[in-house]
Design a protein around this ligand. Sequence first.
Ligand code: BGC
Length: 410
Amino acid sequence: MRKTSLFIILASLSATCWGDVEILHWWTSKGEQKALDSLEHHLLQQGITLNHSSILGGGGDTAMTVLQARALAGNTPDIAQIEGPSIKAWDEVGIVHTINETAKKYRWDEHLYSLTIDINKTSNGYIALPITLHRLNWLWVNHTLLDQLELTVPKTWPEMFQAMEKAKQKNMIPLAIGEEAWQIAMLFESLVLATGGVDFYYNALVELQRDHIDSEQMRLALRQLRKISSLIEAQHPNQKWDTATQALIENKALFQLGGDWILGDLLASDVNVPQEIGCYPAPQSHNAFLYNMDSFIFMDASDFTQQQALQVADALADKNFQAKFNRIKGSIPVHTDISLSGFNPCQIQSHHDFIQATEKGLAVPSMTDSMAVNPVAQQAINSEIFRYYRNSDVSEDEVIKRIISIAKST
Ligand code: BGC
């Protein structure tokens, strides 16, 4: 028997053992699974066995639908991966355990970033355990292909389009894309940040202000999205983001734009990052930090008591574990007091950029990845943008009109 397995068994025998906990999540890619393995291993050392309910679909829309259906049926998982404002909505439903003892033990009020506190705490105290802080406005660049094209990394969208055109002429995939609504909408978010800047992005896509939605900046971002769609031959319909990352790894695609869960997959595939594939702020957004955050809620049920929830929360709040999990996941820790020693240079840059951006008011939540508006509006807006991307008969005015009517109904 391998030493590590023996260690796990001994550790689990010595810890208080009260059985299995079920976690509902959407971590199914190679890097995500590796991070999850570290979580499972860590809990097992405390005598807690994890059962997975993995729901396919990055961004978590499907997982959230499943969570709602299960709550309605009175069959909640013990732990659920969750993001942004829906944490507070679940608290209002009244089926979430508070984890204030864990928060006190780990001094979250002092050691979490203030945006982490805002997202995970209500008047009831801490109702979710934050675990990752992801940067979304990253451009991942295949250096081998960039060198072959004799190009430098684009800093603006016009430069980006020139590079994509050149890549296309040489039969490379200019931009590896997840052909799903949330992925295309995330691309659009980066275009809006570039055309309008952080304040504009916030007013248009977080506050959903009509005069910002109905604007020249949004029209320009939409025209650029259409240009991307015309430069990219349909890859695989419904292709997932991690399949797109595979094309980047296999030297087939020049760029991929998206969250640093891509880094998790690159590292899990033993890619040398940033030497082989580099991370750069998405064009025209180098000072901005577009983020989302993963948290866990612990659901109140007869077979999952507050005491059990606290025991799991205590284990997951451990700072060494949080550091390890984020290192694998590609993200950065949600705590101010976790050292980034041993993290990848892309994560160190992300952390540096996050601190700068928060000081300057340039850190903004992602609308398309569940950090800003309610889930119904979010999914409706994402699918309008996706429809526009896929169908060149849809005009900019039509999308804008539709987003305004979604905004009115929220
Ligand atoms: C989550 C990440 C996850 C990504 C892709 C995002 O919504 O925050 O943790 O890796 O979706 O699945």
